[in-house]
Design a protein. Structure first.
Length: 251
């Protein structure tokens, strides 16, 4: 008990974990803590053991500190002096889509420099803008196809075999890896795997777009390439939706 008569935070935390694992019957509890709270881990596991619970039901992910950077200069912060920036304050300066994407760009155990200028920038240097632009670009391609009277259909048997360029094969290979990436990210509590995946997908699509003409005189090849574009678009949209980030149709 503290001098003001209130319990330290470990007491309600013990009650919370007991409620989650016993009262509500969850199989697993996952805590996300800052690096300066690593001493909490053995105490909470010991508390669960003392209560007769399996301490392995509690997984704790330790995140390293985030350093805010503006124009190459670190913004000095201190919780003790009260000079700290809350998430609400951060969102007054950068879009929420950028915040969600940037905070998921690094593995939990790595330090992260959050570049405020880059997060607000509308350029290919900004990874979330780069991914969103890929989605918008594909939407533009599909609209153009529709305006020219091209009906998007599932390619006939053998038409997908026309996708033989290096850029097309790289896209197809990357698309096929999504399921394993999601499983790995979930098992390792590492959403950065998904943001890395979608940035690479956007990169591969832009390379494909610059190297190959989607709209062309070969109707079978055009159909196959439009189908590939649609697959990339749907994958980007699914991932951004997973991260609660907008997938714009135009930019």
């Amino acid at each position: 008990m503290r001098s003001n008569g209130l319990p330290t935070y470990i007491v309600p935390d013990i009650a919370y974990h007991y409620n989650k694992l016993v009262t509500r019957g969850f199989d697993k509890a996952i805590d996300i803590l800052g690096a300066d709270h690593h001493g909490y881990v053995p105490r909470m596991k010991a508390a669960l053991t003392a209560l007769g619970l399996d301490a392995d039901k509690l997984d704790i992910v330790i995140y390293q500190m985030v350093r805010l950077v503006r124009d190459g200069e670190t913004i000095k912060l201190s919780k003790r002096s009260g000079k700290a920036i809350t998430l609400n304050t951060l969102l007054e300066e950068i879009p929420i889509d950028a915040a969600r994407f940037f905070f998921n760009l690094r593995e939990p155990n790595s330090h992260f420099d959050f570049d405020l200028g880059l997060a607000a920038e509308q350029s290919s240097e900004n990874p979330v803008y780069y991914v969103q632009y890929a989605h918008a670009r594909i939407c533009s391609i599909l609209r153009k196809a529709e305006s020219e009277g091209v009906t998007l259909t599932t390619p006939a048997e053998g038409e997908l075999d026309l996708l033989t360029s290096d850029e097309e094969r790289a896209l197809i290979t990357h698309l096929s890896a999504l399921t394993e990436e999601i499983i790995s990210a979930a098992k390792n509590y590492d959403p950065a795997k998904i943001t890395h995946y979608v940035v690479e997908l956007a990169t591969l699509f832009h390379k494909f777009y610059n190297a190959q003409r989607v709209m062309n005189d070969d109707k079978a090849l055009m159909s196959a390439r439009l189908y590939l574009c649609l697959a990339v678009k749907n994958t980007i949209k699914n991932i951004l939706t997973m991260l609660k980030i907008e997938a714009p149709d135009s930019m």
